[in-house]
Design a protein around this ligand. Structure first.
Ligand code: AHM
Ligand code: MG
Length: 351
């Protein structure tokens, strides 16, 4: 085993860095890693469902077969329930918070927000999908934990990570002291440290957004798109467009190569599409820890005060210089809009 460091070994080794509840957080991360391996196994044989039996049939444990996202949801909740370190799970798959009521869990110190299988449009067609998670400390000290314990700002995260089920399966996480990536070695069934101290380049030339929504984009995003498509050798433009439609896949690629991922507000999704608590905040924490920036177009994602469980946000995330430039254009347009509004009002008043 020389030269290989497993996720489990790494977590224990880094435990000394945690300023709080060392053992519990380590166990929580380990539980998420175990559930991810089970989900990975199912994602990998997704295409075999027609051969092995369609949804609705009974598997070997006597359970009905589920759609993969439902399956992933059950696996993560079950791992977090048996681990006993988490009192509430907030998941994309459930309308309300899931309270874990076992005698051990109900006094547990941690809250987990999770998107068990993100990239739903890619699930059935063999394209990368992911799991995104975020861990908070429970704030209330007595009684049962409530939704208020879940609605914390992203700056309060103690850990966050994602798993990408792609051409290989990786888990990438941060506890606020840098970002590390682990690749699943299927021959030994372990996540092994493969990407220590991940950092995102300050600049890049990849932009990722659903350009099909162009007509519905805010003016600042349209301006940024025009900028990235102009020919200019000095700044390496035009940039390259890469969009998988799986947030984890798109951001993971940009984290390694340098780039920007944007999901802005659109006419169809006036508050943005992606969810703050289990999509934007964890990815923002990871990207910031890797040296990048995450904004809603105007403000830092991690400082948005959540008011609802499934709250949405626009997101501009990735290489520092690219996000700063896009933010600048958003500000410029909205300033112009305000000037226009004021001017129109003035004219009306004068008129
Ligand atoms: P989901 O939670 O329903 O899977 O939606 C989230 C996904 C992201 O992974 C992805 O980046 C985005 O939605 C793609 O949306 P669109 O198809 O509108 O481009
Ligand atoms: Mg999702």
């Amino acid at each position: 085993m020389s030269g290989i460091k497993t996720l489990g070994q790494f977590i224990i080794e880094k435990q000394a860095d945690f300023s709080y509840a060392k053992g519990e957080l380590s166990r929580l991360l380990r539980d998420i890693g175990i559930a991810a391996k089970i989900v990975n196994r199912e994602v990998n044989k997704a295409g075999l469902v027609d051969i092995l039996g369609d949804a609705g049939t009974i598997n070997i444990q006597g359970e009905g077969q589920k759609k993969l996202d439902v399956f992933a949801n059950i696996q993560f909740i079950s791992a977090l329930t048996s681990g006993g370190e988490c009192c509430i799970v907030a998941t994309e798959e459930e309308d309300e918070i899931v309270r874990i009521d076992s005698p051990v869990s109900k006094n547990a110190k941690y809250i987990v927000c999770i998107d068990p299988l993100d990239g739903s449009s890619n699930i059935d067609c063999n394209v990368a999908v992911g799991t995104i998670f975020s861990i908070y400390r429970r704030q209330s000290v007595e009684g049962e934990a409530t939704l208020a314990d879940v609605l914390q700002k992203g700056t309060q995260q103690v850990a966050a990570g994602y798993v990408i089920y792609g051409s290989s399966t990786m888990m990438v996480y941060t506890t606020g002291k840098g970002v590390n990536g682990f690749t699943l070695d299927p021959s030994i069934g372990e996540f092994c440290l493969s990407h220590p101290n991940m950092t995102i380049p300050d600049g890049g030339n990849i932009y990722s957004l659903n350009e099909g929504n162009y007509v519905h984009f805010p003016e600042g995003v349209k301006k940024y798109l025009k900028y990235v498509q102009v020919h200019d050798e000095e700044t390496n433009r035009p940039y390259t467009s890469r969009y998988i439609g799986s947030m984890v896949g798109d951001i993971h690629r940009n984290l390694i190569k340098g780039g920007i991922y944007i999901y802005p507000t659109t006419a169809k999704s006036p508050n943005g599409k992606l969810r703050l608590l289990y999509e934007c905040n964890p990815m923002a924490f990871i990207v910031e820890q890797a040296g990048g920036v995450a904004s809603d177009g105007f403000n830092r994602i991690l400082e948005i005060e959540p008011t609802e469980l499934h709250q949405r946000s626009s997101i501009f995330i990735g290489s520092k210089e690219m996000v700063n430039m896009a933010e600048g254009m958003m500000a410029e347009f909205s300033a112009e809009k305000n000037v226009n509004t004021v001017t129109t009002q003035n004219l009306k008043q004068v008129g």
